[in-house]
Design a protein around this ligand. Structure first.
Ligand code: SAM
Length: 446
């Protein structure tokens, strides 16, 4: 691969004697990763299934390498949201940022959702994740991944940081900025990215990074943590972006990140940060900085009003009475014909471009409730009365994912949660042994 001369010069300056080892890493075997979705299963349980040859990613508890040639995206368990495919070094920001159930977390550059799905797993269904991406198109794939992983407590948005900052001053406990960057750490994985590299691109990215950092500063609570990451090596987009930010914001300080697993320290005087290089770790490359806010705004009080009447919920209550073993808890909201369930203290989002607010349960048309794909993915098998639980080897699993009508003499008449080995895939409606397929149209197995 022909690397731009100016890039070579910058990397030689950064790496010194290690530069040759960095170049040699381009010829090394590429490593692929998947991260187990702990909202659905455990790393041990997935390993025991013996689906793929997995070996652990040392810096991410639920992360695994899988061998080239394996196709985990072509497996029904992928469609059940049991794991997310993620480049191993990209698992670092979500692993380093401490998140506990009940917190309010913002992932401001979230699409397609690698880190959002990781943070949501740490929230374990409690608290709130706001997953945002400025690109409305990319936010759609973010939404799909949030739904696929069965995440019930996320608001998916597409807004510029300035707009969010107007609404969420001092609101979040944790913020992740996985910033747009020149992507130098992707050169091995996506050689085409080399072509778009220019020094001007670095300067452009740096401006965007400064804007995002600036607006996020005000959205964090006092004592809150902000994680800044890029998949690039350029000093300008990493230590320099952080340096400029810290000069302007003395209320923030760097929190040291442990230098295990071949992680290199940030460039002086920012040794508290980490750099992942492809010649030092089994991964493509990343920069990670963790900052704490030691003063400034305290929590703000934006809270959505309850606006749904019992009358409007009749159709859902009827469905729940017939098919659910457990009533989902939270605040019901209706957007158009879509019924969603939000955490009780969810924020007011009127006026913001929201793709999804909380857990979409289904649609209400003329009072009739029809359950949604997202509802199925956020349920557990035990939550539902009528379950068509197919073993992995059953040929109907693939036929269901392809959208076909199934012969299902064992299904009871009515709505059935279709599962593979106990993990929900979607809905079907049975009548006299035939199951009408209700799998989401855009999700079908190709
Ligand atoms: C590195 S990617 C994020 C990857 C994502 N965090 C993941 O793990 O899947 C950067 C994202 O930032 C978004 N972006 C660029 N500028 C932005 C801005 N000013 N505010 C919010 N998002 C932005 C891009 O659309 C892109 O999806």
């Amino acid at each position: 691969m022909e690397l731009p001369l100016e890039y070579q010069k910058a990397m030689k300056g950064l790496l010194g004697e290690e530069y040759e080892a960095y170049l040699a890493s381009f010829a090394a075997e590429r490593r692929y990763g998947l991260r187990v979705n702990t909202l659905k299963t455990t790393p041990e349980a997935l390993e025991q299934k013996g689906l793929f040859a997995l070996s652990p990613v040392p810096w991410c508890a639920a992360g695994f390498y899988y061998a080239e040639g394996e196709r985990p995206a072509k497996h029904p368990y992928y469609h059940a949201g049991l794991y997310y495919l993620q480049e191993p070094s990209a698992m670092t920001p979500g692993a380093v940022l401490p998140v506990s159930p009940g917190e309010r977390v913002l992932d401001i550059c979230a699409a397609p959702g690698g880190k959002s799905t990781q943070l949501a797993a740490k929230l374990a269904g409690e608290g709130l994740l706001v997953a945002n991406d400025i690109s409305a198109g990319r936010a759609k794939s973010l939404l799909k991944n949030i739904e696929l992983c069965g995440i019930r407590n996320a608001i998916v948005m597409s807004e510029p940081p300035a707009k969010l900052a107007e609404r969420f001053g001092g609101y979040f406990d944790k913020i992740l900025i996985d910033a747009p960057c020149s992507g130098e750490g992707m050169f091995r994985k996506e050689p085409d990215m080399v072509k778009s590299w220019t020094p001007e691109l670095l300067a452009f990215c740096r401006e965007q990074q400064a804007d995002i950092l600036e607006h996020c500063a005000g959205m964090l609570k006092e004592g809150g943590l902000l994680l800044y990451s890029t998949c690039t090596f350029a000093r300008e987009e990493n230590e320099e972006s952080i340096g400029v930010f810290l000069e302007k914001h003395p209320e923030f300080s760097l929190v040291p990140i442990e230098k295990n697993h071949g992680f290199a320290p940030g460039l002086p005087p920012f040794e508290a940060c980490v750099r992942l290089y492809p010649h030092k770790v089994q991964g493509e490359g990343h920069f990670v900085a963790l900052l704490q806010k030691n003063g400034g705004e305290t929590s703000c009080r934006t809270r959505a009003e309850k606006s749904v009447s019992e009358k409007q919920l009749e159709g859902f209550r009827e469905f729940a009475g017939a098919y659910l073993n457990r009533m989902p808890e939270g605040m019901f909201q209706i957007y158009g014909d879509s019924l969603c369930l939000l955490p009780e203290d969810a924020p007011e989002t009127k006026g913001l471009r929201v793709l999804r607010s909380g857990w979409q349960l289904g649609t209400l048309k003329k009072g009739r409730f029809e359950p949604s794909q997202a509802f199925a993915m956020g349920l557990k098998k035990e939550d539902v009365n009528y379950v068509l639980d197919l073993p992995l080897e059953d040929e109907r699993v693939l036929r269901y994912l392809k959208g076909e009508t199934l012969e299902a003499p064992e299904a009871k008449d009515g709505w059935n949660l279709v599962c593979v080995d106990g993990f929900p895939l979607g809905w079907g409606k049975a009548q006299k042994g035939r199951l009408k397929n209700k799998y989401a149209v855009g999700w079908k197995w190709e």
